[in-house]
Write a protein that binds this ligand. Sequence first.
Ligand SMILES: N[C@@H](CCC(=O)N[C@@H](CS)C(=O)NCC(=O)O)C(=O)O
Ligand SMILES: [Zn+2]
Ligand SMILES: [Zn+2]
Length: 190
Amino acid sequence: MAPSLHPSIDNGIKKGDANFAGGKLYCHCPSNKVEVTLGSNVLHNHACGCSKCWKPKSALFSVVGVIPTDKLSVTANKQKLHVIDKSAAIQRNACKECGVHLFGRIEVDHPFKGLDFVHTELSDQSGWQEPQFAAFVSSIIEQGFDPSQMDGVRSKFKSVGLETYDVLSPALMDAIATYTAQKSKTSSKL
Ligand SMILES: N[C@@H](CCC(=O)N[C@@H](CS)C(=O)NCC(=O)O)C(=O)O
Ligand SMILES: [Zn+2]
Ligand SMILES: [Zn+2]
């Protein structure tokens, strides 16, 4: 059997609702769940193969999107959250009990500062933006995936309509490079 990329991708992608206004995310604890309320839909939702993003059990990829920081609030059991790696650019706030990542926040100077990273599968509502592309695909090899099986992974993504990249999508890489150019004041010379 082919390995699971992610439960929301394996059997084809369900389109989101352009008018969806947001909803709640919950951790996996059976009780006293951490609850996060999102005041809008997410943007740039995508599969991520990196080793740092939270993924459901037996999935090779995470599915993660972004939302402006001011649209996110922790509305229950905030005391159960801790930052798993304080040295990372994305401060991933995870539940101490079940390990689920509720949101990742950028506190340092960074092109994506002001955006929080969230996993909409932690919601029981539908309408969230569907995954748009797959990022950090080759990173799954670093976590033990057999490199000879990568063609199968990339063709599976393509078969459900997702382009694959080994870093981020061209649009996001351009946004990062634009930020870097502006910061080093080189953009005026081009
Ligand atoms: N190959 C590395 C890639 C890690 C990486 O760069 N992840 C990206 C996508 S989430 C990132 O922006 N990380 C910033 C961070 O984790 O703070 C891994 O799998 O650990
Ligand atoms: Zn939990
Ligand atoms: Zn990642």
